[in-house]
Design a protein around this ligand. Sequence first.
Ligand code: SAH
Length: 221
Amino acid sequence: MIRQIQEDTYRHKGLRRKLIEEIRKKGITDEKVLAAIEAIPRHYFLDPAFDKIAYEDRAFPIGSGQTISQPYTVAYQTELLQVKRLDKVLEIGTGSVYQSSVLAEMGAQVYTIERQKQLYDKNLKEYPFKSKYKKIKFFYGDGYEGLPTFAPFDKILITAAAPFIPDALVDQLKPNGILVLPLGNDEVQTMTRITKLPNGELQTETFSDFIFVPMLSGKAK
Ligand code: SAH
């Protein structure tokens, strides 16, 4: 899948405005999240064959058996993360870099880890916003380990289905830091928000159910 030079036409922008209205109706209220999704041309992250359907509120394949999340899901997770300008955010599961771009558009300093070498290599080579979002740093590794060298983080976002809360990630959160993850088995996961209180205690809140591709351990070649 080769990313060709694509244009952001009036048609694309119009479809994005419609998409925003659709996810607003589904319950997303954070205007900063909606503005970021409206600003990012999602079709740049997909094979040109998907151009006509890039703004449907659906997940699509991105190669290596992985998917770009549904815009509503991206908005939902981003809203729960309460992203502020200059927040240091660790994302697990770079995938297409769409979610990272939404975070960067909101002013976050993004560190993102991908375990699939092919996706990581492709992102380094072909990421369409290299010059705009210099703050996104790409890593090839196992998200279960996080990035101890760059810790602590204000926020951590897992974009694959986690069977449990990874201890290493909780350790890498700042006091008052927030971890958002889809927690559950292969079939269904419950969106969960963990807040690390200043005394180290964890506060857990649960939200709607979602279906993500699994968070797998170890790196893949
Ligand atoms: N955030 C992505 C969607 C991710 S799909 C986007 O916006 O497009 C989930 C991604 O998590 C896949 O690319 C998968 O390879 C990756 N992944 C799964 N387990 C992982 C792990 N342990 N560490 C890092 N990445 C992982």
